[in-house]
Structure formats: C-alpha cells, structure tokens
Design a binder for this molecule. Structure first.
Ligand code: B12
Length: 445
C-alpha cells in the first residue's frame, strides 16, 4: 500500500498542515506561564536559549536537545516543617514528594506542548541520571543557573536557589521547548539570602563555609551515602567480606537496613540541613524576625544536637570538622566511591575533591605529564589553601611528575601499587617526594 493511502497518514493530513509544522510560531508567553501554573508549578520563568546568562549551559543543553529554543524554569514549593524535622524519614518523604511533583508538572507541560504540536522534554530533578557519565556530569540539565536566569531566585550561601517568596524550600524543574516565546523573564533584582550563615552553622560536615567555600566531596560523601558513590563503596565492602560475621563487623545492621530502604524507596538523603534552617523568603522569614532566639532553638539546635552518624572520607577536612565541632555525632570513615576513569575526569574533579585545610602551608606548582593512552600535560598550583588547574605547563615547577595515564587512573582507583609503578617506571618524578605525599593529602579518597 502506498504510504499516502494509509489510514493514519490520511487522518494526519485531514487535520491540516499546522500539525506537521517543523518550526511553530512563537508561543504566547503569558499563556505558556499560565499553562505551567495549571500543571502545578508554584512559579515559572522563561529564558531564551541564546540568553548570555546561560552561556555556560548552552552547549550541554543543545547536545541533549538540539531543538531547544525556550527554557522553562519552574519551582515547586516544599512544606517547611517536615524538612526541618530531625527525623530523616519525615524530611525525605517531603523531598521525595516534591521531587515527584516536579516530575509530574514537567510531564504535564511536555504533554500540553505535544498536544499543540511543539516538541519539548523535561529532565529529572536529580535521578534518573546518565549513569554512564558518572562520576562526571551525569545530570542532563543544571537547573540552578537556568532558574536564576529565569528570575526564580538567586543562589544563597547554602548554594541553593532561594526563591523571593518560598525561600530555599523549593525544588526546581526545567522543560526545554522547541519554540520561541513572545516574551522572556529577567533575573531577580535582589538576593533573598540574608547572609545569616545559619546554613554553615547547621552543616554537619563543614561543607558549607561562612566564607562561601563549598566542599563538594564532604556533602556528597555524607548526604549521598545511599546514592551511587556510597552504594559502590558498600558493594565493595560486601565483596571484600570473608563471611557474614566479617560483613557485620564492617557494616552495621542499621546501615544495611538503610541501604535496603534506599533501594526500595529511592535514595535517602542523610541531610538537608542547609535547606531546613534557611530563614530567607517572604513567606518564611516571619518567625526568624519575630524572635531569633526561639527560631534558633526550634530550628537550628535540634539538627545540631542530633546524635547521628556523619560519613567522612578518612583524612578529609570533614573528618576533622566533625571530630572538632560535633563530638556527640559519630564520624564514620568510608570510601567516597568516586573514581575518575580518565585523565580529563581526574583533572576536572581535582577542584571538587580538594581539601583546603589539608593543604595548609603548602605552596607548590606541580607539572604533570601523562603519557600512553591519554597524552596530556597539566599544571596544578596549590597555594594559600586554594587550587588552580590548567592545561599545559605553566610557571616554575616545584615538582615534575610523569605517569602512564592508564597506570595513574588504576593507581587512583587503588588497583595498582605505588611501589610497582615506581619500579616499572610507570611513575617518575623530579623533585621532593614530600611534595607528592603533600599532594596526596589534599585529595583523600
Ligand atoms: C550535583 C548535585 C548535587 C551535588 C553537588 C551540589 C552542588 N552544590 O552542586 C550534591 C550531591 C552534593 C548535592 C546536594 C544537595 N542537593 Co543537589 N543537585 C545536584 C544537581 C544534580 C546538579 C547541580 C549543579 O549542576 N549545579 C550547578 C552549579 C551552578 O552549582 P554550584 O553549586 O555552583 O557548583 C557545584 C556543582 O556544579 C559541582 N560540580 C561542578 N562540576 C561538577 C562535576 C561533577 C561530576 C559533579 C558531581 C559536581 C560538579 O561543584 C560545584 C560546587 O563545588 C542538581 C539537579 C540538576 N539537575 O540541576 C541538584 C540540586 C542542585 N540539588 C538540590 C538539593 C535540594 C540538594 C540538597 C539539599 C540535598 C537534596 N535533598 O537533594 C543538597 C544541598 C547541597 C548544597 N547546599 O549544595 C536542588 C536545589 C534546589 C534549590 N532550591 O536550589 C537541585 C537543583 C535539585 C532540583 N532539581 O531541585 N546536589
């Protein structure tokens, strides 16, 4: 049968040419915003794909959905009291419920677009991710920069987008639409963050610092203990156990139960304290302004006082922080489970896993030369508790390190021994070996 005679094709043509239009006319912006609110969004903003505010995101977005023209950023408000409750089951229920709502709203917006003949996709709040890219950037779209460009709020000290009305108690959604809109939104003019630093005071790992530094590895290791990194570490504990008794020595029964719970009910966040204590936002700020002392007593103190296990990488800043600041919490040493599988991934992960307190007193320039499979040169400068990573060799080297790229990746993953590498000349260096151990101390895993 000729395709033109097929009943489906005939029905399609009978609806008129519009349905087949490859580039729909600009969508009415007000109608689009109203549609998003009807779908359940508590606030919504529109960003054009060529807006300079999303320069850092554009390449990734277009690789993911080349037809994207308009980025629809929306927020779903969270209930505050459950997020503030020290019981993880209560806070997690709220996180999961709101995340589910974001997914439903995104799904409904995409469905509405499809009914209008406009291509669109929604991405997940966090999971599912592109796991083949882990430990690299597994998420398809970074919601925060888009939300900021769309006027949904500004980034606070807690590194969350703080909505002018709902404060930090929002989860973000993004829908990519393959059509222009008749109008777009502007970033918020003021930052709702009060700089009260309660998020830094509440953070059990020291990941959030009052000076704005964020220790990504500290937050990930604890908060995501039952997500991909911690799960990998748990699986390896299981694999290494000689028998059930040995497993029980390594992993407590509550930890096994928690892993089971995360597997059946979705990953359990160990902490959302930076969100829980944030007093910013018009709807939120009242109790903090009325009686600050009571606010601290009711919101901050229960989380700080909570006796709980905090997961830390041995030798990390977080470990020292928990021992020093929270003697009533238990610092539990675990592997991060995060392993770069290429030199490029190793270099881009360095700033994220850098432990600034462990680098105190170090002032050195490392010239790396990787040979073999992934030839590459890089310079790492560690000075004044900061790190800089650049391609090529720059400045005067304090130490020169040459390594076979495959061997180096295996060494980082604890699959190859240092002694063997030195013996087989897979690793060579010119400079003081003390600088090598100082380097290793800055990146515990
Ligand atoms: C990766 C991630 C994390 C990581 C890194 C945190 C971070 N600050 O980015 C971890 C696991 C630690 C984490 C924890 C939490 N997250 Co989170 N997370 C994300 C995710 C998937 C991407 C974040 C991102 O792109 N940031 C972009 C830049 C602009 O953020 P940034 O803070 O400036 O920079 C950091 C990251 O870029 C990171 N980074 C840079 N390069 C790379 C590369 C790799 C491989 C990785 C892993 C990270 C990474 O390091 C930077 C800081 O050191 C988003 C969902 C999404 N698809 O966008 C949710 C998201 C940011 N998380 C969210 C929340 C709520 C949380 C938690 C409260 C726990 C929870 N319930 O999920 C904590 C809060 C921690 C905090 N204060 O930041 C919400 C925030 C909502 C809001 N109001 O802003 C988001 C937007 C999810 C959502 N759709 O609502 N998260």
């Amino acid at each position: 049968m000729d395709l033109a005679d097929h009943p489906t094709v005939k029905a399609f043509h009978s609806k008129g040419a519009d349905a087949a239009s490859p580039s729909p006319a600009a969508l009415d912006a007000d109608r689009l915003r109203a549609l998003c609110r009807q779908a359940g969004a508590d606030d919504v903003g529109l960003v054009r794909i060529d807006n300079p505010a999303v320069d850092s995101q554009r390449e990734d977005i277009l690789r993911f959905f080349p037809a994207a023209r308009t980025l629809v950023s929306f927020v779903c408000r969270m209930n505050r009291e459950p997020i503030r409750n020290p019981a993880r089951s209560v806070a997690n229920l709220e996180s999961h419920e709101t995340a589910d709502r974001v997914h439903k709203v995104g799904h409904a917006i995409v469905a509405a677009m499809e009914r209008e003949g406009v291509r669109a996709i929604n991405a997940s709040v966090s999971f599912p991710m592109e796991m083949d890219r882990i430990p690299g950037k597994g998420w398809a779209i970074s919601d925060k920069p888009i939300a900021v460009a769309a006027g949904m709020g500004r980034m606070g000290l807690n590194r969350l987008v703080i909505h002018p009305r709902f404060g930090s108690y929002v989860l973000l959604g993004t829908v990519l639409v393959a059509a222009d809109a008749s109008g777009y939104d502007q970033p918020a003019t003021h930052n709702p963050c009060l700089d009260c630093k309660l998020c830094a005071k509440a953070c059990p790992t020291g990941a959030i610092s009052a000076d704005g530094h964020f220790d990504f590895s500290a937050c990930l290791t604890h908060n995501y203990r039952e997500f991909f990194g911690g799960f990998t570490d748990w699986v390896e504990q299981l694999a290494d156990s000689k028998n059930a008794l040995d497993y029980r020595r390594r992993v407590t029964e509550p930890e096994t139960a928690a892993m089971w719970q995360s597997l059946i009910r979705g990953g359990t966040y160990r902490c959302v304290y930076c969100q829980a204590v944030c007093p910013a936002g018009e709807e939120v700020i009242g109790p903090y302004l009325t009686n600050r002392r009571n606010y601290l007593r009711d919101v901050l103190t229960p989380l700080r006082r909570k006796q709980e296990t905090v997961y830390v990488v041995p030798g990390s800043d977080a470990e020292a922080y928990v021992v020093r600041r929270y003697p009533w919490k238990r610092a539990r040493r675990v592997g991060s489970g995060v392993r770069p599988r290429s030199i490029r991934a190793f270099l881009s992960a360095l700033p994220l896993v850098f432990q600034r307190e462990q680098s105190a007193g170090l002032d050195a320039t490392y010239h790396f030369t990787f040979t073999g499979n992934e030839e590459c040169r890089a310079t790492v400068v560690i000075r004044d508790k900061t790190i800089g990573v650049s391609e090529g060799h720059a400045g005067l080297a304090s130490i020169r390190v040459t390594a076979d790229s495959q061997w180096w990746i295996g060494f980082l993953a604890k699959e190859r021994s240092l002694a063997w590498g030195l013996l087989r000349r897979k690793l060579r260096f010119r400079g003081s070996p003390k600088l090598l151990s100082a380097f290793a101390k800055c990146f515990p895993s």
